[in-house]
Design a protein around this ligand. Structure first.
Ligand SMILES: [Zn+2]
Length: 239
């Protein structure tokens, strides 16, 4: 009898633990609070190109050159540490009429940090963006879009918006421009937020030549489908 009760207790405990793990996992990717969007609020053929983990010369500049030639605005989720290393590249993004946004200082795993550490990751990056002449509010993208409860709480508390993604070029691995562009084109729809990378979070001088090529291919391909390009901040924020 005693052993059966013990087994029952064990079963209840295991069930509770499984539930807690499930809640924790959901909270990392989709916390229950804080403004968040992973697509743009529109049925029109608009798309937002976003570039993460830079600045990273010369690839940042090469992409900027294509965007300038095509008159396409984009949103750049830069790392504070990389802005510190390449302030001129960050200023070039700003001078190109693009939106600068906050991708933390060091690309840490936010769910593993304290609220104080999360705040430092974002506020230190805000400060260096101000230093190079940008003006907020800066939208935020957590590394790997994994906010966790701490970051979600801080973002909600400070009224900051978190921006996810709805199509990815999977360009953090060596690839070709054609492959990266095709991955994006396969998933594109009205309001898509496209994830590309001009930088590498763990390699300050990452090769992103395929992302440069993909940018040159994507713009005419999307225009041929009737798409126009916006920065994240060009459309109204989510409720
Ligand atoms: Zn990143």
């Amino acid at each position: 009898m005693a052993s059966r009760r013990g087994a029952l207790r064990l079963l209840v405990a295991a069930g509770a633990l499984t539930g807690l793990v499930a809640i924790a996992a959901c909270s990392v990717m989709a916390p229950p609070f804080g403004a968040h969007r992973s697509s743009l609020p529109t049925n029109e053929r608009v798309v937002a190109l976003t570039y993460d983990d830079g600045p990273n010369p010369p690839h940042t500049e090469a992409i900027l050159e294509i965007l300038a030639r095509e008159q396409v605005p984009a949103t750049w989720f830069v790392m504070g540490a990389h802005v510190e290393a390449h302030p001129d590249s960050a200023r070039a993004i700003l001078a190109g009429g693009h939106e600068l946004a906050n991708h933390t200082w060091s690309h840490s795993v936010l769910p593993a940090l304290s609220i104080q550490q999360v705040r430092q990751e974002f506020e230190r990056t805000d400060a260096i963006l101000e230093e190079i002449g940008a003006t907020g509010p800066y939208r935020v993208r957590a590394p790997w879009t994994a906010r966790g409860l701490q970051a979600a709480w801080w973002l909600a508390e400070t009224g900051r918006e978190h921006v996810g993604v709805s199509a990815s070029g999977w360009d953090w691995e060596p690839s070709t421009g054609r492959e990266v562009a095709d991955r994006v084109l396969r998933d594109v729809a009205p309001g898509t937020i496209v994830l590309l990378h001009d930088g590498g979070h763990d390699r300050p001088d990452a090769d992103r030549s395929w992302t440069v090529e993909a940018t040159a291919l994507l713009i005419p391909a999307l225009r041929a489908q009737g798409y126009r390009f916006v920065r994240i901040g060009d459309l109204p924020a989510p409720e």
